[in-house]
Design a protein around this ligand. Structure first.
Ligand SMILES: [Zn+2]
Length: 192
C-alpha cells in the first residue's frame, strides 16, 4: 500500500510516501514538520528510506527519521550527507511488495532518481514531472532544461505502456491514464 503522509500538512515540504508490504519504506522524508509521529501512526519500523534527490524540501526530515527508526537512506549521491547508501542507474530495489528500477534523471538536480516498478506499473517521479503536464523547475543550481527533457524522454522509454500510477514529489498523484500526464510534461518542458 502507498500512502502520501503529507496530505494534511501545511509546510514547505515535498510529498512523503510510505510504502508497506514485504518491506516498509519511505520515498523522500519531507521537511519543516514533525515526520516521526506521522510515520508511527502507520508503522513502528522502517526498512529503508529512498530519496528521489537531495533538495532541502525532500531531505529536511532525514536526520529525525534516521534517529527515530535506526534506518539508512538510499540515493544517487553519497557525497551528500543525507545519503547513506548509493543506488546506481538501473539498479533494482524492493519497495513494499514490488521491485523498482532506479532511473537516473538529471535536469532538475544532478542526483535525481525516478523509481519504476515494471510489475505494478507504479512510478515515483520525484520532481521530474507532476500531474497535468507539470515538470521540475530548472532555474536552481544544477538545473538544466535540455537535460530535463532528455530525462523525461528516458522515463517515457523505460515505462513504455506499463505506467499505472504516477506519484510525484509535489501535488496530487495520478492514477487515471498517467502516461498522458507524462506526455504532456514532455511536450510542455520543450516549449515553456
Ligand atoms: Zn527538488
Amino acid at each position: 500500500m502507498i500512502r502520501n503522509l503529507t496530505g494534511d500538512i501545511r509546510a514547505f515540504t515535498s510529498n512523503v510516501f510510505l510504502v508497506d508490504g514485504e518491506t516498509t519504506a519511505l520515498v523522500d522524508t519531507g521537511a519543516n514538520f514533525d515526520m516521526v509521529p506521522t510515520v508511527r501512526e502507520v508503522t513502528d519500523s522502517l526498512d529503508a528510506v529512498y530519496l528521489t534527490h537531495t533538495h532541502p524540501d525532500h531531505i529536511g526530515n532525514v536526520d529525525a527519521v534516521r534517529e527515530a527508526f535506526d534506518v539508512q537512506t538510499w540515493g544517487y549521491d553519497t557525497g551528500n550527507l543525507a545519503v547513506d547508501r548509493r543506488i546506481d542507474d538501473g539498479e533494482r530495489v524492493q519497495i513494499g511488495d514490488d521491485v523498482f528500477e532506479a532511473v537516473h534523471t538529471p535536469g532538475h538536480k544532478d542526483d535525481h532518481l525516478c523509481f519504476f516498478s515494471r510489475g505494478s506499473g507504479v512510478c515515483f517521479a520525484g520532481d521530474l514531472v507532476f500531474a497535468n503536464g507539470g515538470f521540475g523547475r530548472t532555474d536552481l543550481p544544477e538545473g538544466d532544461r535540455g537535460a530535463l527533457v532528455e530525462s523525461i524522454d528516458r522515463l517515457r522509454e523505460v515505462v513504455g505502456g506499463d505506467l499505472t500510477e504516477l506519484h510525484t514529489g509535489h501535488g496530487p498523484s495520478v492514477a487515471t491514464r498517467p502516461s498522458e500526464d507524462l506526455e504532456l510534461a514532455a511536450r510542455a518542458a520543450r516549449t515553456r
